[in-house]
Design a protein around this ligand. Structure first.
Ligand SMILES: Nc1ncnc2c1ncn2[C@@H]1O[C@H](COP(=O)(O)OP(=O)(O)OP(=O)(O)O)[C@@H](O)[C@H]1O
Length: 222
């Protein structure tokens, strides 16, 4: 599903070049559950953002479902992103002015799905995450865990083949964190490919494979 070949990412500051990703080679098969670990600043989020097409590498090749991502036009890339990828952020990224219902519905509007169908799909998600009673609340009236559930519901509503999650349990207590990991495990059993960045050994162990980044390189795999 994902093939990253000789990926480099750097920033130029004055006459200095700082490398964030160095010669990353990584294949992820459909149906895998991969965890990315590594110290702060080792490039985990940057790597995830490259996979999620939110950021581009300076060098290398990225093949996503047989498409050469860096050679695509912006519009094609955003089509692929919208139809196949669900991104879960640590800081939720919910829209404060929209209700829970509207936040979850937003990706469907971008996909031009008709109103009746949207209603049914959002109702399903609210049910699945047991947040029906919260649907008319705004994000700042929810706990951190509930906001993260809404963030995940929003990522899942388009039935993505790939979920990319950047420390999805970072702001949650351990019980809430376990709930999120259980949801990921269940989705993975249904065939969804999952890539998560995590600082937690325990959460990483939910995955079938762990890669460790150090200074922008894949240091080891376990
Ligand atoms: N626009 C930028 N200009 C310069 N350096 C940047 C820029 N964006 C990110 N970096 C640097 O890239 C490095 C990797 O950042 P990244 O967020 O990928 O690390 P991380 O492993 O996810 O860290 P954390 O665990 O703390 O979230 C950091 O040292 C960061 O300062």
């Amino acid at each position: 599903m994902i093939q990253l070949k000789n990926i480099y990412k750097w920033f130029n500051t004055g006459s200095n070049r700082t490398f964030i990703l160095k010669d990353i080679n990584l294949n992820i098969k459909q149906g895998e559950f991969l965890s990315i670990m590594g110290p702060s600043g080792s490039g985990k989020s940057t790597l995830l953002n490259v996979m999620g097409m939110l950021d581009e590498a300076n060098e290398g090749e990225y093949i996503f479902m047989d498409q050469d991502v860096f050679k695509l036009k912006e519009k094609q890339r955003s089509e692929i992103y919208k139809s196949h990828i669900g991104f879960v952020f640590q800081a939720y990224h919910l829209i404060d002015e929209l209700t829970v219902y509207e936040n979850i519905e937003t990706p469907l509007i971008y996909q031009n799905i008709k109103s009746g169908e949207r209603k049914a799909m959002v109702a399903d998600m609210l049910d699945r995450f047991q947040i029906v009673g919260k649907k008319d609340l705004f994000p700042n009236n929810l706990s951190g865990g509930q906001q993260q559930l809404v963030g995940i519901a929003r990522a899942l509503i388009v039935k993505p083949k790939l979920i990319l999650a950047d420390e999805p349990t970072g702001n949650l207590n351990s019980k809430q964190g376990e709930e999120i990991m259980e949801i990921f495990t269940e989705l993975n059993k249904e065939g969804v490919t999952i890539v998560q960045v995590t600082h937690s050994e325990k959460n990483a162990a939910y995955g079938s494979r762990i890669i460790h980044l150090l200074d922008g390189r894949i240091e080891k795999e376990s």
